[in-house]
Design a protein around this ligand. Structure first.
Ligand code: PAF
Length: 283
């Protein structure tokens, strides 16, 4: 695996690969890699000739008081894992090259970026779409792989790719979970041992919703109440939201109807904020 840090060098490598007819897959990450990220690299490996994993803790997607400073970082470990998973090029740009003095241009997807996660983290998705658009222009991928764990991010990036006519095929890969069901996330390291045990309640509450829908329940409020009970019993300190939305548009629904529904939630254990979701088919 080769490591590239300069934007111009990454762009020339990408141009050269494209000239030779080599297909490029990109897996954007903020590092502190876990099996969820590695599954994205594996997916890109299957689809393209050359896999570029990007590692950049993007300051513009963190709001004031969020965890930018303490976001977990371990570059040596990330290099080893990215390489073992099949990365050909690890692109690790510097913040002052990505956002030089005088930087003024942002990409923003309306509507989708202001609900749920966007309501709690007002500038978050503007930072995500901006950095992802920049990474697309730098890496010039044919295919980009993102995780369903960040379902709203995936929907926003899909919208951006369509709206901006980007010639990139998106793949949204399934959530990878720990053996007890907790969705893998770099932020799980913030949990105390007790919170970590209790955090299984996120998946349990989503499974509760899935079961309820399967048994014919169609009233959102009834399912939400059951989910809340599971979460509060697990001693969460806040339930930011439990939302029932259309998977592509993130429009909230009041009644569950076909063909499917996405149930997304965000909770806090102390200062740690966790998100998870499930797509439930509805007949
Ligand atoms: O999902 C993430 O880790 C980040 O939001 C992304 C897509 C790498 C952009 O910084």
């Amino acid at each position: 695996m080769e490591t590239v840090t300069l934007i111009g060098e990454m762009q020339s490598r990408a141009e050269e690969l494209r000239r030779r007819g080599t297909t490029i897959g990109v897996v954007p990450t903020m590092g502190y890699l876990h099996d969820g990220h590695l599954s994205l690299v594996a997916q890109a490996r299957k689809e393209t000739d050359v896999v570029v994993t990007t590692l950049f803790v993007n300051p513009t997607q963190f709001g004031p008081g969020e965890d930018f400073e303490r976001y977990p970082r371990d570059t040596e470990r990330d290099k080893r894992l990215a390489s073992q998973a099949g990365t050909d090029i690890l692109f690790m740009p510097a913040a002052d090259e990505m956002y030089p003095a005088g930087f003024k241009t942002y990409v923003f997807t309306e509507g989708l970026s202001t609900v749920l996660e966007g309501a709690f983290r007002p500038s978050h998705f503007r930072g995500v779409t901006t950095v992802v658009m920049k990474l697309f222009h730098i890496v010039k991928p044919h295919v980009a792989v993102f995780g369903q764990k960040d379902a709203q991010q995936a929907a926003i990036i899909s919208r951006m790719v369509k709206d901006m006519n980007l010639d990139i095929r998106l793949i949204i890969a399934p959530i990878v979970r720990e053996s007890d069901g907790l969705a893998m996330s770099s932020r799980n390291v913030y949990l105390s041992p007790e919170e970590r045990k209790n955090a299984v309640a996120l998946f349990r509450s989503l499974r509760f919703a899935e079961d309820a829908v399967r048994k014919g329940e169609r009233a959102v409020e009834t399912i939400r109440r059951g989910m809340e009970e599971i979460l509060w019993n697990a001693r969460v300190s806040a339930v930011d939201y439990i939302a029932f939305v259309r998977p592509e548009t993130f429009e909230e629904v009041e009644k569950i109807d076909p063909p499917n529904i996405l149930v997304a939630l965000a909770v806090r254990f102390g200062k740690t904020r966790l998100i998870d979701n499930i797509v439930i088919p509805v007949s």
